[in-house]
Design a binder for this molecule. Sequence first.
Ligand code: ADP
Ligand code: ZN
Length: 524
Amino acid sequence: MTKEINLTEELKKYFGFDTFKGNQKAIIENLLAGKDTFVLMPTGGGKSLCYQLPSLLLDGTAVVISPLIALMKNQVDAMRNFSEEDGVAHFINSSLNKSAIDQVKTDILSGKTKLLYVAPESLTKEENIEFLKQAKISFYAVDEAHCISEWGHDFRPEYRRIRPIINEIGSHPLIALTATATPKVQHDIQKNLGMTDSAVFKSSFNRPNLYYEVRPKTQNVDKDIIRYIKNQPGKSGIIYCLSRKKVEELAETLKVNGINALPYHAGMDSATRTQNQDAFLLEKVDVIVATIAFGMGIDKPDVRYVIHYDIPKSLEGYYQETGRAGRDGGEGQCITFYMNKDLQKLEKFMQGKPIAEQEIGKQLLLETAAYAESSVCRRKLLLHYFGEEYNEENCGNCDNCLNPKKQVEAQDLLCAVIETVVALKEKFKADHVIDVLLGKETTEVLSYHQDELEVFGCGQGEEEKTWNAVIRQALIAGYLDKDIENYGLLKVTKAGLAFLKKPVSFKIVEDNDFEEIEEEVPMK
Ligand code: ADP
Ligand code: ZN
């Protein structure tokens, strides 16, 4: 690019917006300078524009790899609205016939097409690779880049082939974008796309207007929900349930209790589904009871509450689903009902899947449970999960901050944990570290002769749940870390080693106890 361009003018000209949102401008400048660019931005942050605008400003065609055929068509239609030029955006996926594909190719070679959306499985086809070698490409964009990682919520093995294929077609700058910002996923993406040195643009994932609360799930959960909804007449809300059956049942229960509610799940015929969704969007019903099938691409700005009837499978999912509340910046209440027993139900769902997938699923679930049981600020926990530090003492908008539990000094306990992690050479997960602290002679402990270590049994004075709380809160405070390659292995950070040398005050709050509540619920 030799000529000077005024990005704000171009933004106005093509998209009609007056200003850039968040990091958009810096991201676009980085990409226009020909550099690899990594974008972590929450849903609704304005990711698409980060590659759409540059594609219009550069010579050649930008290749956008995107996993969702339905969204692809929407995006192409939207781009066509922004441009007078015919054929400015196209997509290639399995839904196109031969003559449609020929038209796309003609437009690309003639230089008309600025954006080409391709599904990953189309990108891996030899004929498309051969064609793209002849095309003039401006850059590549990898949308929904978390699909590369098994730790993301939508792992797609074809995404792992993107880098080798790009190398084969010919190297150009690459922009990768995702709304999944856990450090583990970020690491996988950068490694897999060969962009470990790229600039990283990360927006904050904090949603200050959302109120987070976890309530014990008792046998009265339905009544609790009915009372909650009746207290906010006329407001829109979403209730997520794990199973289709529960969706149907709860929608029915709400209806007979005089609440205007409809169900939504993937097992319903598509006409009814669309009808129910529209009824919600058009405010003909207040409440939609749904599985997680509901919500993708739905943009209702004034959803006032999101209730999780069951604990979500991961904190990532929890963040996305609760994120549908308060999109207009107004109030959004996120209430989750939790009991320990739901974890077993979720684990059962995972049976039959490949072992590696089950392991990952279990880890993600454990982190969600830790979140639910914790007495630490929910916002702090959630943002920590996304690799973001939240330093406020009290967020003022979560149950744990509004009703804080007493803090207890745990300086000595943290020293014991750090010493044990060091003694175990940073090669073990939290549960194993706790076994050693408690002096449990498990097969694994004995096989490593860890019963001979000085730290063995040094923590017998405290309960297992206290040690769990110390470890979780030490992770959040940055004294411990989890190995990014072998997720879950505890490491001691520099701050942790410094703490050991010269301990300072380390206060913890005891985790909430959800064990007893579990007993109250009758077995079905
Ligand atoms: P994401 O992909 O990050 O979820 P989108 O790209 O769909 O977000 O953008 C979310 C919304 O924000 C869209 O309606 C889009 O038109 C709008 N938007 C994007 N950039 C701007 C901007 N600079 N000014 C105003 N609105 C914007
Ligand atoms: Zn808080």
